[in-house]
Structures are given as C-alpha cells and as structure tokens.
Design a protein around this ligand. Structure first.
Ligand code: NZQ
Ligand code: ZN
Length: 388
C-alpha cells in the first residue's frame, strides 16, 4: 500500500432489527433541544415517526420539527433549517430518512452558526468549518449514499444550476446512526435499485485508481460481490431481510472513508452525475448508472490491468484464450447486464437530458485527477453524447 494515512471513523453504528432501542442511550449525551428533520412523509406512513417521537418525549427532549427535506436538498431549504436551528439554539439534529435527510442535517449542522453564506463558503469555495458545529445523529431509512457514516453533504442550487458535495471531516460525521434493514422494506423499487447502484459505484470510484497491490482493493471486491449477490435476491424478494441487511452493511462500508485509504480515488462518474442532477433533479443513483458504461468503456484502455482484475475477480470472467482487452470488455459487459437486470436507467435522455443541455452540463463537471484518465471537457462531451 502506498501513502501515509490516519484512519479514524467516529460514527457509532447500531445495527439490526432492535437497533432503535439504542436511541435513548445516545440521546442522553446531548442537551434537551432536538431538531427532528425528515423528508416528505415516508416515515409517517411507516410508523417510524411515531416511534422516534415517543423515544424523544420519553427522553425528556423538546422537539423542533423540520420536515419536507426533498430528494437532492436545496440551498433554500438549507437556509430555512439554519434559521430554525439558530432561533431555537438546538443541541442535536436528528435526521430520520435517506441520504438526502442525512446530508441536509450535516449541512444545517455546519451552516447554522456560519458567519457568511454557507453556499459560498462550503460549496463554492470548499472551505473548512471554523464555527460551532451542531452534533448530528441519523436513523437511516434508505441505503446507498453512505451519508450515515461519512462527512459528505450534497446541496443543490437550482438557480446556479450547480449540485455540489462537500466532504467534511470527522468532526461533522454523524455521532451515531441507527441502521435497521427492515426500515428499507418500504423503499420504492426504483429508489432501492438506485441506492444499490449508488453504493456499487462508490466502490468503483475508489477501486479504479492506483496500480499498487492494495489491501483496500480486496475489500472493495468483496463488497462488490456481496452487493451483486444480495441485489439479485432483493429485486425478486424486496422483503428478504438477509439480502436487505447485507445491502445496508455493504453500502455503509462502500463510502465511510475506509476504501479511500491509500488510494488516489477517481469520482468522475459522480462529478458527471451531479452536473446532470443540477439540470434534471434526477435520482442520484440513476444519474450514475446512465453514464457509467460510457465512462468506463472510455477509460478502460488507460487502466487496463485493473479492468482485467475487475472482470476476473468480481464478475468471474475466465481469462483463458482471451486478450486482456477482451477480458476487460467481458467484465464490463457482465456489469452492464447486471445493471439492466436491476432495471437501472441506462441513458441520460430518460432522465430528462436534452441536446441543448449538454454544453451546460459539461461546464458544470469538475475534472478530477485521481483516476486512470484525467478527462478534458471534450472527453466529457464525448461521454455525455455516448450516454444519450
Ligand atoms: O422524503 P421521503 O418521504 O422520506 O421519501 C424518500 C425520497 O422520496 C424515499 N424514502 C426514503 N426512505 C424510505 C423512502 N420511501 C419509503 N420508505 C422508506 N423507508 O426515497 C426517496 C429518496 O430519498 P433520498 O434520501 O433522496 O435518497 P438517497 O438516500 O439516494 O439520497 C440522495 C442524496 O444523497 C446525495 C445525493 O447527491 C442526493 O442528494 N449523496 C450523498 C453522499 C454522501 N453523503 O456521501 C454521496 C452520494 O454519492 C450522493 O451524492
Ligand atoms: Zn453516490
């Protein structure tokens, strides 16, 4: 393994069907004022809202509700949350929902006491936090983003046509997260598969970088195999606890900083996907699936040995009698057919992208330098056109 690193992940996880029983113990560590934030109502329908509110009340907490966090949370919603958190001077933000709600809670956490516009400071200028941070706890209801155990927080500014993620440090990561796989049973099918592919792509983004023999890559291969096996069960039996629990656990480890250790990491699929999201507000995982095949086929030549390894280790391609290029191509073909089996969106047109949007989308793509090929803007256009 190359590089020097310090590894510490401070988020305490409570996993399993009884995990919510640990919430009151966690709440005891914070003051009485809790900002309870959630999405568009799925937690009320499932009954989880009532359970959480009961635990908060039994713990003697004063609850301030901040509902209506939309998928791909907006900067306007961020300002609204900051105002409430500041007025009430809350002691803890409890996020109950998917990645959008967890991301949003982190954004409110660092922005409430920020002395300037948090969009400018954290998202456009990518500065670190130098003000009070409100602690965050999560009860996760949909998997994929890894937000439950990382410092990521993605905010969308529709006016500026920018969707930008800031990866904050361990001081911003959730203090605790409740992970009960059974909560994910009610996630709509399309969101479930989008989340599975989001997690899979997080692994790819970290795996497709570097040339050294790295322990992290072996962990990545194991996580990918687990996701492939469990996803095939989950699409047939969405309420299969074993499959959903494996997906939840693999997804958490896919993006909780572990897989980035000793790696340069790529992230270009996410950069393209986010720019598409800024124009279409499409489901995050689908923005990734829709460009992935065009992207990986484009960079394959530049990282051929890794694509060969991916084909053999993850997809079980037999290399006998094939050239390296053929093995790598067979691996990508196997990945593509798995993606189609899941029913993922495989082109950006279906997400609402039009020819007129392509130049603007390309302008909004950050060009990263950790993968096998540093893209040019022309390369991005080529990939976008191939994804139409
Ligand atoms: O709002 P509600 O009513 O809760 O409905 C949500 C939402 O409509 C629904 N849902 C969630 N749990 C449910 C459920 N419906 C029924 N039963 C349940 N148990 O699912 C819909 C999507 O939820 P959302 O939170 O938006 O999905 P996801 O977890 O994919 O989060 C997407 C956001 O995370 C960002 C994305 O860019 C996007 O903004 N990301 C965050 C990352 C991070 N923190 O590191 C990394 C990712 O790459 C990603 O960019
Ligand atoms: Zn993602």
């Amino acid at each position: 393994m190359l590089g020097n690193f310090t590894y510490c992940n401070p988020t305490r996880l409570h996993f399993g069907q009884e995990a919510l029983e640990q919430l009151s113990g966690e709440l005891a560590n914070y003051g009485p004022k809790v900002l309870l934030t959630y999405g568009g109502g799925s937690i009320k329908k499932s009954g989880l809202y009532d359970q959480v509110v009961q635990i908060l009340k039994d713990s003697g907490k004063e609850i301030f509700e901040l509902p209506g966090v939309m998928p791909n949370p907006t900067v306007e919603k961020l300002y609204e949350g900051c105002k409430l958190a500041r007025e009430q001077d809350v002691d803890l933000i409890l996020a109950v929902g998917g990645g959008s709600v967890c991301d949003y809670a982190k954004a409110v956490s660092v922005s409430t006491w920020c002395r300037e516009d948090p969009w400018d400071k954290y998202y456009l200028r990518m500065e670190d936090v130098d003000n009070r941070i409100i602690p965050v706890g999560c009860v996760l209801t949909m998997v994929g983003t890894g937000s439950e155990m990382n410092g990521g927080s993605v905010i969308t500014n529709h006016q500026q046509k920018r969707k930008i993620g800031h990866v904050f440090g361990s001081n911003v990561m959730p203090k605790f997260t409740i992970l009960n796989p059974a909560y994910t049973f009610t996630v709509p099918f399309r969101q479930m598969v989008a989340g599975i592919y989001d997690a899979f792509n997080h692994i790819c983004e970290q795996y497709f970088s570097g040339a050294d023999n790295n322990t992290t890559d072996y962990i990545a291969e194991g996580l990918m195999k687990s996701l492939i096996v469990s996803s095939r069960t989950a699409i047939k039996e969405p309420e299969n606890y074993e499959a959903r629990s494996n997906i939840m656990w693999a997804s958490t480890w896919a993006l909780n900083t572990l897989l980035a250790m000793g790696k340069s990491t790529d992230w270009e699929v996410h950069m393209i996907g986010q720019s598409i999201g800024a124009y279409t507000d499409a489901t995050h995982g689908m923005t990734l699936s829709a460009v992935s095949m065009a992207y990986y086929r484009f960079i394959m030549e530049y990282g051929l040995p890794k694509f060969v390894r991916f084909a053999v280790q993850v997809w079980g391609i037999d290399p006998q009698g094939k050239s390296d290029r053929e093995v790598a191509q067979a691996g990508l073909a196997a990945m593509e057919s798995w993606m189609k089996e899941l029913g993922l969106t495989m082109n950006i047109r279906e997400l609402g992208v039009t020819e007129e949007m392509l130049e603007g989308i390309a302008d909004g793509v950050f060009l990263m330098n950790g993968g096998y090929k540093v893209l040019t803007r022309d390369d991005v256009m080529t990939i976008l056109k191939a994804s139409m």
